[in-house]
Ligand binder design. Structure first.
Ligand SMILES: [Zn+2]
Length: 149
């Protein structure tokens, strides 16, 4: 996220990780910087979310913003996914929240720091093609196609 003018922020995503969960988390993380850090003499954030081991509280805040915006903490706290990474629970919570199952699967993987589980649900290879196709549509980023479930 950077500014082309003091009141004109730009969010640019590299799509390095071609996954639906990563797309949404990264986008909401950057929006979190806008919401939380705008006006603090911020010139921009050039994030590498793969190496978020730093201690910058603004990064932690943007992560928390993204996490709660995608799955409200009250819903997460009640979910059996906190203790059992069951694909059926992923689909149930996604359906209840009206979001793509990839977002829920990504949260489970992040919380458990286990990126081998639920790998068929995070939407590998589903993002880059949407921005390069002749009729790009974000619809598939929000709801899974019938074949994805
Ligand atoms: Zn950041």
């Amino acid at each position: 996220m950077f500014f082309v003018a003091p009141d004109r922020p730009v969010i640019a995503l590299t799509l390095r990780h071609d996954r639906i969960d990563y797309f949404w988390f990264t986008l909401l993380h950057e929006i979190g910087h806008l919401v939380r850090d705008f006006g603090d003499d911020v010139e921009g954030f050039f994030d590498d979310l793969d190496s978020s081991e730093g201690s910058d509280p603004r990064e932690f805040g943007a992560d928390t913003f993204a996490q709660d915006a995608l799955i409200p903490s009250a819903d997460w706290e009640k979910s059996p996914l906190r203790t059992s990474p069951n694909p059926a629970y992923v689909r149930d919570l996604a359906a209840r929240l009206g979001i793509h199952p990839a977002v829920v699967a990504g949260r489970v993987r992040r919380e458990r720091n286990s990126y081998r589980i639920l790998s068929t649900l995070v939407g590998h290879g589903k993002v880059r093609g949407l921005s390069a196709g002749p009729t790009p549509s974000g619809r598939d980023l929000c709801r899974p196609s019938r074949n994805a479930l």
